[in-house]
Design a protein around this ligand. Sequence first.
Ligand code: PGA
Length: 263
Amino acid sequence: MRTKIVVGNWKMNLTRAETKSLLSSFLPLISDVNNVQVGVCTGFVSLTTVADQLSGTNVGLGAQNVFWKESGAFTGFVSPAMLKDAGVTYVLVGHSETRGRFGKLEVPATTVGFFAETDETVNLKIKALLPHGFTPILCVGENLAEREAGNTDSVIQSQLDGALADLSNDDIAKLVVAYEPVWAIGTGQTCDTPEAERVCGMIRAHLRTKVADVAEGIQIQYGGSVKASNAADLFSQPNIDGGLVGGASLMAEEFAAIVKAAG
Ligand code: PGA
């Protein structure tokens, strides 16, 4: 039986004072929930503030990105060792936004792509994170054009193959996978539950072909416009083990209701 996991992704939102105020409202609302793993991924500059506030709670601290080198001349980037030092447990890798697949940013694709993660760099990040004991949350998902072309499953399978290249079964067992259809992120347009379950089941089946002995234990989240009104339905599915929640995690009561829907 897999434990459900609900993680908030605050993206590029909230000052430190705002994170404090959000958590002061949110934490008491979920203090009696003890059968769900909960985490919040905050911006780098508020990691230590949030770490202090989470200490003594059962909510884990998450980061939204990492660089794969331990240290060195990489101006502007943050290493696994720095995240460890800040008290981080969960690290998002391969989010569609860090892959450069922003839904709404009006800049030339080449500009975004230059800074974007690829399957290869996602793989390097996972390999850099695991020795420190982090739980990487590996995000995969198709965009609208890929879905309309009937390529949803093959796109996701190839993202999984690239991200998991050369990892041992034991390493893969430590990951969380998040299925996030790009067209459902921040749009209010949730993937309907049967289709979200079908894709999460397809992800598990693909993991079974790679790591048969650990695939049943891997937590697979759904992400993309999860809200209190659809969370219970999504989380009741056999292959959906919780959610990666963006916009709704910025509202204490809404996020708490989503966590409770997983309990
Ligand atoms: P959303 O974002 O819940 O705002 O759609 C989800 C995500 O990007 O992780």
